[in-house]
Design a protein around this ligand. Structure first.
Ligand SMILES: CCCCC/C=C\C/C=C\CCCCCCCC(=O)SCCNC(=O)CCNC(=O)[C@H](O)C(C)(C)COP(=O)(O)OP(=O)(O)OC[C@H]1O[C@@H](n2cnc3c(N)ncnc32)[C@H](O)[C@@H]1OP(=O)(O)O
Ligand SMILES: CCCCCCCC/C=C\CCCCCCCC(=O)OC[C@@H](O)COP(=O)(O)O
Length: 255
């Protein structure tokens, strides 16, 4: 209780995150039922790592938040663009969750914030989740990685744990506004150590991470695509019950 009071009343930065992210995790885990989504997770054992680490994952949509909350370890928060803090309720939840906001338009500021985060990670034994693509991407692959996550891990000398979300394109097409229920595969990959690495190794580390994640993305996306059926317009009912009523069981064969 003392700890929570400290978090919420003094807003002591990253210190508050693991209490409040647990609450966020608990609540957001229920959203999948309303959207008719299911998650299949493999590689749990790679998250059984003590101490701080940096999680990196691909970023397709806001829906990623649901997958994050399926597997979010304790004492873990995220790096997010600063604009999110102004996004109403979501912004408030992010702020309470101790999320680290960066200004992507001001690289020097973003780098300073991330360097501070590296120190706080170590001081407070915190894990950080970063989307190295730096923006959402639904183009059927991964965007080239930005460097921040790799500098962060090297500065803190902590491992990187790559996590890959399978493609959403078989159930959610953002531009076409089409959505149906579906299964998302999450694959946690073996950690990549950074002990002894320096800033000179950032490019190699980034390329290695990209390579293993891209291969995993292709592998799990082709497997998951086969198990999901056709995509429906967003105007169609998206819950399992409602869609059963309209289209029979066809759309739910994968569930
Ligand atoms: C109603 C109900 C409500 C329910 C609410 C529910 C849930 C809410 C709870 C939680 C939700 C949380 C969701 C969070 C999701 C957030 C998703 C995002 O916001 S993604 C976007 C933000 N993230 C990122 O951008 C991270 C990735 N970007 C980077 O890391 C970038 O590198 C950068 C630091 C931003 C800098 O970007 P830049 O474009 O300049 O690119 P480069 O990478 O090429 O870097 C340029 C240059 O700088 C060097 N560099 C980079 N970083 C560092 C560093 N830390 N230290 C030193 N140097 C650094 C880099 O090496 C380049 O130099 P060089 O070319 O010489 O190598
Ligand atoms: C019908 C499906 C429509 C999607 C519904 C999503 C429901 C998700 C439920 C609750 C979680 C809401 C949290 C939203 C957090 C948004 C984080 C996000 O995705 O920010 C964008 C940022 O990273 C990159 O921004 P840009 O791509 O550069 O601009």
């Amino acid at each position: 209780m003392d700890y929570l009071s400290d978090c919420y009343w003094t807003r002591s930065g990253l210190k508050c995150l693991f209490a409040s992210c647990r609450v966020i995790r608990f609540v957001v885990r229920h959203v999948k039922y309303f959207l008719g989504l299911r998650f299949q997770v493999s590689g749990w054992e790679h998250l059984q790592t003590d101490g701080p680490y940096v999680i990196i994952s691909n970023h397709q949509s806001s829906l990623d938040v649901l997958g994050m909350m399926e597997i979010l370890p304790d004492r873990c928060t995220m790096i997010a663009k600063k604009e999110l803090v102004w996004a109403g309720t979501v912004g408030m939840v992010c702020w309470l969750g101790g999320i680290v906001f960066i200004n992507r338009q001001k690289t020097r500021d973003a780098k300073n914030v991330m360097s501070d985060a590296a120190k706080t990670m170590l001081a407070d034994q915190i894990r950080l989740w970063v989307f190295p693509e730096g923006t959402r991407n639904q183009n059927g692959g991964l965007l080239p990685f930005k460097k921040g996550a790799f500098h962060l891990a090297i500065q803190a000398q902590v491992p990187i744990i790559p996590i890959v979300f399978s493609s959403y394109s078989n159930f959610y097409l953002r531009k076409e506004k089409e959505f149906k229920s579906g299964t998302i595969t999450l694959k946690v990959l073996p950690k990549i150590e950074t002990k002894g690495l320096t800033a000179d190794d950032v490019t190699t580390l980034s390329e290695k991470s990209f390579s293993v994640m891209h291969s995993a993305f292709m592998e799990i996306s082709s497997q998951t695509t086969q198990s999901n059926g056709p995509v429906f317009p967003l105007s169609a009912p998206t819950t399992r019950m409602a869609r059963d009523h309209v289209v029979g069981n066809h759309a739910n064969q994968a569930l």
